[in-house]
Design a protein around this ligand. Structure first.
Ligand code: UT7
Length: 328
């Protein structure tokens, strides 16, 4: 009989360096009041120049493996959810496998931007439930601060660096079971959020660099509009698939892109503030890493406990979006 897949362990890592809104005021035409009221962000963590995404991923991943009561050698698949990998190719997963000392283990990157972790959760769940792999290290890791245009105040102030990780394995019967996952995408919205340069449409050359196509570009209003409709939709689908009601959920972990998006979804479902896991004020938007960082941090703080029902939802570039329900 197929066993249910479960989250066996969690971990996160953010780089030491902190950049506050007040620091930003000194280097560009912005202010703490605008950033706080429009997004809820107060500060973000910045990776060092010589600290690649694989380093954040490795550190978060190691913690998740320990938290699962496993050794690096027990991991038989590594998935890194990222759109800011060390290289365009090969996959950052390859670098992480080397850092973990488990060369030979298959690895890959998964590109679904801010929904990456929910996509990864779905893939890892399927691998485990079909018996293909036993212990999958699933990491959301991003360094957006290295691909934003630091002269574009409408995007650069919103992002931070970090990594969150989980180990997905067969349920041990003591919690962590993934009850449902739901995914969707819409390619007509590619233009609203993307890094246009560096692919084959706009290869790196002097012309594309002069046009600043190597940087992340975002139409904030379009992303916002879609987030506040698609994220609740995805959560509803995941809840239905899990066979539960919204009131059964103990905590909600939404992608941390904007506190106003989180509040709009909470308002729609009449979710009280104390059921929301929110850390955007300290980390900003770390894309595929926001959900696993929030999860691991809430577990570490003792807020999320065994048996709690958690609802997840995210929307990201593509657009991609999705939802999930887990019983911790
Ligand atoms: O993870 C998925 C990716 N991202 C998202 O989900 C983000 C979704 N979108 C958003 O969160 C919001 O749309 C933003 C936070 C990006 C923007 O909020 P907004 O309320 O839509 O602001 P806006 O773009 O309408 O900008 C309003 C004003 C403009 O000035 P004018 O033209 O009204 O005079 C901007 O120039 O705010 C100005 N502005 C700034 N002012 C100070 C834009 N960025 C800044 C800034 N500091 N950093």
């Amino acid at each position: 009989m197929l066993k249910k897949a479960a989250i066996l362990g969690t971990g996160y890592y953010v780089p030491e360096k902190v950049l506050t809104n007040f620091d930003l005021e000194k280097i560009m035409d912005t202010n703490d009041e605008w950033i706080t009221t429009r997004s809820g962000i107060k500060e973000r963590h910045l990776s060092e120049k010589d600290q690649p995404t694989s380093d954040l991923a490795f550190r978060a991943g190691e913690k998740a493996i320990v938290s699962a009561g496993l050794k690096n050698a027990d991991i038989d698949f590594v998935i890194i959810c990222t759109v800011t990998g060390d290289y365009t190719w090969p996959a950052t997963g390859n670098v992480v496998v080397e850092r973990l000392g488990i060369n030979g283990v298959p690895s890959m990157d998964l590109s679904a931007a801010c929904s990456g972790f929910i996509y990864g959760l779905t893939v890892a769940r399927a691998f485990v439930e079909t018996g293909l792999y036993k212990n999958i290290l699933l990491i959301g890791a991003e360094e957006f601060t290295k691909i934003v245009d630091w002269t574009d105040r409408s995007t650069c102030v919103l992002f931070g660096d970090g990594a969150g990780a989980v180990v997905i394995g067969q349920s041990r019967g003591d919690g962590g079971e993934i009850l449902s996952t739901y995914l969707a995408s819409d390619g007509s919205k590619v233009k609203y959020l993307l890094q246009p340069g560096g692919g084959v449409v706009h290869p790196i050359n002097q012309e594309t660099i002069d046009k600043k196509l190597q940087f992340a570009q975002m139409n904030g209003k379009e992303v916002f509009k879609n987030a506040v409709t698609k994220m609740p939709e995805a959560l509803e689908k995941a809840i239905k698939l899990a066979g539960i009601n919204i009131d059964d959920l103990d905590y909600f972990i939404f992608h941390q892109a904007n506190k106003r998006i989180i509040d709009a979804i909470a308002e729609r479902f009449k979710v009280p503030e104390e059921k929301l896991i929110v850390n955007i004020q300290r980390y900003a938007n770390t894309s595929a890493a926001t959900i696993p960082i929030a999860l691991a941090e809430a577990v570490e703080q003792g807020k999320i406990k065994k048996g709690h029902l958690i609802g997840f939802s995210a929307l990201g570039a593509g657009f991609t979006w999705g939802g999930a329900v887990v019983r911790m």
